[in-house]
Design a protein around this ligand. Sequence first.
Ligand code: MD3
Ligand code: FE
Length: 209
Amino acid sequence: ERTLIAPGAVHLPDWLEPARQRELLDAARVWARPPAGLRTVRTPGGGTMTARQVCLGLHWYPYAYARTAVDGDGAPVKPMPSRLAELGREAVAAAYGAPLADGVEYDIALVNFYGGDSRMGMHRDAEERSGAPVVSLSLGDACVFRFGNTANRGRPYRDVELRSGDLFVFGEASRLAYHGVPKVLPGTGPQGLGLTGRLNITLRVGGLP
Ligand code: MD3
Ligand code: FE
């Protein structure tokens, strides 16, 4: 099943089979350990994000990238695993039916852990210097994902439920669309996965020096 939510925004429900979900979750638990492990993201306004994050390849902090965990322990960021870069290529091919352009490599992964009360406000992802699609993989509890427009944080938007194993690819005309996570749906994850809450992995091409 492959649903076009907007031009360039493709949802493939249940794309990751259970064994791959398990493998990604186990890996994420290792990435989350120090050094440069899971941390609370501080926003410039003095607040904190409710989802906690670990970065691979480059460290994201509002609203820039760095080679070290500048708002964590200052340690060098873990490398981008080649298997995640490969998973990104596979995801783009599955979503668009065409391979990622030659020479383009996924080199950043942002891994967000959501508790039952976590949310993510409407925002755009504009720190990357590449127009390559963002690949999103969801694990654990489902959430309401809000996919908006490119002009402002408000309407029109569309709410889509993202469940464990779902793939979403955002490219082309949707690459700079506003989006957010207004709600996690606690207790909706697969029984066997053993994850309380939700995990989202986004794969990105930094295009950064
Ligand atoms: C649409 N994460 O990490 S994934 C983020 O579920 C982020 O954790 C949400 O927004 C999450 O920045 C949503 C879906 C997503 C990710 C990146 C996008 C949608 C996007 C970039 C451009 C357009
Ligand atoms: Fe985002």
